[in-house]
Design a protein around this ligand. Sequence first.
Ligand code: NAD
Length: 260
Amino acid sequence: MTLEQFRLDGQVAIVTGATGGLGSAMARAFAAAGAHVALADLPSRRDDAVRLTGEVVEQAGSSGTRAIFVPLDVTDLAGIEAAVQQVEAELGSPDVLVANAGINIPKPALEVAEEDWDRVLDVDLKGVFFCCQAVGKRMVARGRGSIVTIASQNGVIGYPYRAAYCAAKAGVVNLTRVLALEWAASGVRVNAVGPTFVDTPLTRITLANPTIREDILRRIPLGRLGTAEEVANAVLFLASPAAGLITGAILLADGGWTAI
Ligand SMILES: NC(=O)c1ccc[n+]([C@@H]2O[C@H](COP(=O)([O-])OP(=O)(O)OC[C@H]3O[C@@H](n4cnc5c(N)ncnc54)[C@H](O)[C@@H]3O)[C@@H](O)[C@H]2O)c1
C-alpha cells in the first residue's frame, strides 16, 4: 500500500458544477492529485471557470497538469454529448466523472409548484443520470473508469422544505447502486458521496438564519459544518485506485448526522 494509490496522475477527470462551492474544491483536489481536469459548468459561469482553470493548474504545481472549461447545461442532453466530445478532443478519454451539478428550491411541500419540482428533478436527478450515461458508455467500452455522484445526506434522511430535493437525492443514491451493478463487470466503479451542510452559495440563505443554523449544528455530532475540502477528499478517495474494491457505496460525509 502506497500513497500513490490516492493519486490520479495523468487521468482525465470531469467535474460538473465545477465553479460552485463544492465543485471548485473538487477541481483543486483532482489537479493537486495529478489529474487533468475538465471544469464543466453553465455557459454563464465562463469567467469564474476560466479563472479557476488557471488557479488549479498553478496550485497543482506540476508542469504537466491541464485544466479546461467545458460549457455544459446538464439538462441539455445533446449538450452533454458535445461536452464529453470536447473533453475527449482536448484532454483525452475521461477516466473519472464527478456528477456534482445541483440546485435546490427550498419550499414547504404545500407550496411546491410543478415547475419547481421539474427544475430540481431535471438538474439533480435526470442531469446526473444522463451525464453518467454519456461518460459511462465510453468507460464501459474502454473497460475502466470511476464515477462519483454527489448525493446528499438528504438522499437517506428527510429534511423539511426539500420535497423535490430529497426525492432527487434519494434517486441519485439508488441510481448509483444500479449503475454500479450494471457496469462492475466492465471495470467501471460508481459510488456516491452524501455531504452534510457545507457553507456554499447553495446553502447560504438557509445557514444565514440563526435558528436554522443552530438546529443544524445541534444535529451534527461533530458539532460543525463540513468544509468543501473535506467533501472533495471523500470524492477524491472514491475516484482513486485506493478505492479499487469499492463500488455501489454511499459515503456519507455528514459529521455523524445519520448515525443518530
Ligand atoms: N453545500 C451543501 O451543503 C451540500 C450538501 C449536500 C449535497 N450538496 C450537493 O453538492 C453539489 C454541489 O453543491 P454546492 O454546494 O457546491 O452548490 P453551488 O450552488 O455552490 O454549486 C452548484 C454548481 O452547479 C452548477 N449548475 C447548476 N445548474 C446546472 C446545470 N443545469 N448544468 C450544469 N451546471 C449547473 C452551478 O453553476 C454551480 O457551479 C450539489 O449536487 C448539491 O446538491 C451540497
